[in-house]
Design a protein around this ligand. Structure first.
Ligand code: SAJ
Length: 410
């Protein structure tokens, strides 16, 4: 049996999860090869640089590459452990209009590693996945390797749980769940994660681990939907939703989340659909929550249209485009969807401000500085609670119509 330090780990997918995990393992002294189809990203990483924005990731990658323990490549090779950290997006196609999971990246990655799997290897699926995907990974390997039996290699699911913006800290501190295809697989995966994870590591079977991850994000989605629904009710009844929530949360067993312009990102807006697609009849609450959250951007646009009707040539200042505060990630961002749609519908002249994005690297529509937007806008629409927006002098927007979807100034 090899010692941890002499083991070679192949990490497939060098995105927000794969790259931090690969770098963390490398800085703990393990030999890591990161594999990605994006040759530009591979080149960037091999120079010790990064292609994504995440606090402190640059330092970690630099030290991993300079230690000689992390190397990036576009080609898979033999190793002792394979970690799959590829995207699992969704696509339209459910019979009831629901979204269904797109497992093509996991399937392709598994087929790519299949020729390199040797007896005794461990394969870990990190990607958030529908129930049964870990078993599918095993079956794809077996279908591509008639010389191997299921007893020859180990397969486990270790879902990532890190919060974008805090990935490095949470990678080390968060508890982990590991679900093995069998007990031995889970135990082997635990040995590996123990090299960098300070949190507790809980072992279970692969299907429970898969569902636990989906449930965590669905729990948050349902709770945000409750807050978003309250914001609609409060608007109708003339009650300040932020004050309402603050007061209700004084109850020892109440903890309502915050309403917003909708739910974005590539996790919470996606993962609940994996449960709905698998058990549509049984997951009515989860599906409804998704629809409440997905309906919020349209509600915000209607609010803006209602106010804009008062002006002959309304100027609408959109504050923030990212899917949440203090990041530059635009994936599934409700702020982006709202801004884009208002431009398309010609609700008025839209001036967007996103302090975390350099306007020179963004060509979909022009970006403006904060002061310009506030000065020129008739309607100021707060879409993201970035720190930069928090301390604006309230005198500046005294005469303006303010629609604050994040409760930043209320
Ligand atoms: N949001 C609200 N109101 C709130 C909280 C969030 O409107 O009270 C919105 C945010 O603005 C954003 C969206 O929800 O648009 C999601 O943001 P988030 O911070 O709740 O979560 P993510 O998507 O950045 O990360 C989540 C995390 N999951 C949970 O907290 C249960 C993270 O731990 C997971 O690892 C990640 O999904 C993932 O990759 O699955």
């Amino acid at each position: 049996m090899k010692t941890q330090k002499s083991m070679k780990i192949i990490v497939v997918g060098l995105g927000y999860i794969g790259l931090p995990t690969a770098s963390m393992l490398a800085t703990k002294g393990l030999h890591v090869v990161g594999v990605d189809v994006n040759s530009t990203a591979v080149g960037t990483i091999n120079q010790g640089n990064i292609h994504i924005v995440e606090p402190d990731l640059d330092i970690l990658v630099k030290s991993a590459v300079h230690s000689g323990n992390l190397r990036a490549s576009t080609e898979v090779e033999e190793g002792d452990v394979f970690i799959l950290a590829v995207p699992t997006p969704f696509q339209d196609g459910g019979q009831g209009g629901e979204k269904i999971p797109d497992l093509s990246f996991v399937e392709t990655a598994t087929k790519n590693i299949a020729p390199f799997v040797r007896s005794g290897n461990l394969i870990i699926l990190e990607s958030t996945s529908p129930v049964g995907t870990t078993e599918k990974v095993r079956d794809i390997i077996l279908a591509n390797r008639s010389d191997l039996t299921a007893a020859d290699f180990f397969v486990a699911h270790c879902p990532e749980r890190v919060l974008p913006g805090h990935i490095i800290r949470e990678l080390v501190d968060n508890d982990r769940i590991i679900g093995g295809i069998d007990r031995r697989s889970a135990e082997k995966a635990k040995e590996l994660y123990k090299t960098f994870c300070n949190g507790s590591i809980y072992l279970t079977d692969s299907r429970t681990a898969e569902l636990a991850k989906l449930v965590e994000n669905s729990y948050r989605d349902v709770n945000i939907a409750f807050a978003n629904e309250l914001s609609l009710i409060c608007d109708k009844l003339g009650v300040n939703v932020w004050e309402l929530i603050e007061l209700a949360n004084k109850h020892p067993r109440v903890n309502i989340l915050q309403p917003g312009p909708g739910v974005g990102g590539h996790c919470i807006a996606v993962d609940p659909w994996f449960i709905v697609a698998a058990a549509p009849e049984e997951s009515k609450l989860i599906a409804t929550a998704r629809m409440v959250n997905d309906g919020k951007p349209l509600w915000v646009i209607d609010k803006v249209k209602e106010k804009a009707a008062r002006f002959k040539e309304p100027v609408i200042g959109c504050l923030g485009l990212a899917f949440k505060a203090n990041i530059d990630d635009l994936r599934e961002s409700p702020a982006m969807a709202i801004t884009r749609k208002m431009i398309k519908m010609q609700v008025g002249r839209v001036m967007a401000c996103e302090p975390n994005i350099n306007g020179n690297n963004f060509d979909e529509f022009p970006l403006y500085g904060l002061q310009d937007v506030i000065r020129q806008a008739d309607i100021v629409l707060v879409l993201v609670d970035h720190d930069e927006f928090k301390d604006i002098d309230s005198e500046l927007f005294k005469e303006k119509v303010v629609i604050d979807t994040r409760g930043l100034w209320t």
